[in-house]
Design a protein around this ligand. Structure first.
Ligand code: SAH
Ligand code: SF4
Length: 390
């Protein structure tokens, strides 16, 4: 591993100050409207005020009510008394050799989560977290070795996008010509946590992100990844309508039970049945099946053939993820030869089978490597190993 190019360590207080003011970031239109009325905004004006405030916050990146010059001075003062516009604090930012940026963020209560920005030729993807830790215990995942500490709020989820735009200098300059190329052009819910176990906050955050007057990212540019929380899948289609990725990772229940233990609750057949309706319900094209390549565990030719058989009839693409190792990980990455052979079988069966290039490996920013360094309540090494036995 090579050393990261830069690492800034910012010194900030361990605990965010509790202001008692409501955070505007992450409130849906309706929630903000109600909050403004409760704060004394005349009902007739409330809708318009939401639009104005949203434009300042999400279009211009403004965090200070005093700068909202199209609002009356005493109204700005009222807002500042009752509300705040806050995003998680960046504790450290690491920049990889390949341009990937990993942010360690501190949220209320002193907890820490990570977000990762991945620049590519024609897009920039921000990978956001939805929980501190995870209740699930997928045996190959670093986050899975950390207990769930708490769910993120919608504001903390949207806040990750805002602070990435801050760091990338992406807010427009007043008067500058409109620039259609966006640095954060895509968002993936693939950081720490299981987004469908924090459904309401994720839904509200994505609504703000997708709204034309919010962050204005198309739902086609948002991908939610789930380990397979079956009862929430139809709701995701109806209430969010974003792209869906499934952490599939195995082709038999015996192996999936170990790799993705939620399979013991909703097995492969139940999961696939829930997926069949997703594209129609959400009006999206294809479901992405994520498949982590683990040496000798799930990477045989037989697995590849079984995989294509299983997903027959579901519009799909299969994203092969070379396993990203982490200290103490109980598995090894499959060889490139094996991954290519596996990809070939899938491709010949008529499915796109891109192999995900690991990004930001030098700063442990790749898929499944995120874990806050400070949380207590980790599992022991012996427990991790015992759970990994297939
Ligand atoms: N909890 C959600 C989203 C976060 S994980 C989910 O499980 O889908 C994002 C993706 O990275 C998932 O497909 C996950 O299975 C995969 N992943 C986790 N650990 C990994 C690792 N060490 N190497 C490669 N991929 C990993
Ligand atoms: Fe949680 Fe996803 Fe990691 Fe499984 S792969 S432990 S669901 S974050």
């Amino acid at each position: 591993m090579t050393a990261p190019i830069t690492q800034d360590v910012l010194t900030i207080p361990r605990k965010l100050p509790e202001t008692g003011r409501a955070n505007i970031v992450g409130l849906t239109r309706d929630q903000l409207r109600e909050a403004l009325i409760a704060a004394g905004t005349p009902e007739k004006q409330a809708r318009m005020r939401v639009g104005q405030i949203w434009q300042w916050v999400y279009h211009w990146g403004v965090r200070d009510f005093a700068l909202m010059t199209n609002l009356a001075k005493d109204y700005r003062a009222l807002l500042a008394e009752k509300f705040e516009i806050s995003v998680p604090e960046v504790v450290t930012r690491q920049v990889s050799e390949d341009g990937t940026r990993k942010y360690l963020l501190r949220i209320a209560g002193g907890h820490e989560v990570e977000a990762v920005y991945i620049p590519e030729e024609n897009r920039g993807t921000l990978c956001v977290s939805s929980q501190v830790g995870c209740t699930l215990t997928c045996s190959f995942c670093h986050t899975g070795t950390q207990k769930l500490v708490r769910n993120l709020t919608a504001g903390e989820i949207v806040g990750q996008i805002l602070l990435a735009r801050d760091d990338l200098g992406e807010w427009p300059e007043p008067g500058a010509p409109k620039d259609e190329t966006r640095l954060v052009s895509n968002v993936v819910l693939m950081g720490m946590g299981e987004p469908l176990y924090n459904f309401d906050a994720v839904r509200d955050a994505m609504r703000v992100t997708m709204d034309g007057e919010g962050l204005s990212l198309s739902r086609r540019r948002i991908t939610l990844s789930t380990s397979g929380v079956v009862p929430e899948i139809a709701k995701t289609a109806e209430e969010i309508g974003c792209q869906l990725a499934i952490s599939f990772h195995a082709t038999t229940d015996a192996v999936r039970d170990v790799l993705v233990p939620i399979n013991r609750k909703w097995n492969i057949e139940t999961l696939l049945n829930a997926l069949r309706d997703y594209p129609k319900l959400s009006n999206s094209e294809r479901i992405t099946f994520e498949y982590v390549m683990l040496d000798g565990i799930n990477d045989s030719d037989e697995d590849a053939r079984r995989l294509v058989k299983l997903i027959r009839g579901i519009p799909a693409k299969i994203n092969l993820i070379p396993f990203n190792e982490w200290p103490g990980a109980p598995y090894k990455r499959s060889s490139w030869e094996r991954i290519e052979k596996f990809a070939d079988i899938i491709y010949k069966a008529g499915y796109a089978s891109p192999i995900r290039t690991p990004r930001g490996e030098d700063i442990m920013a790749a898929c499944g490597q995120l874990k806050s360094a400070t949380e207590r309540g980790r599992k022991s090494k012996a427990q991790v190993e015992a759970e990994a036995r297939v």
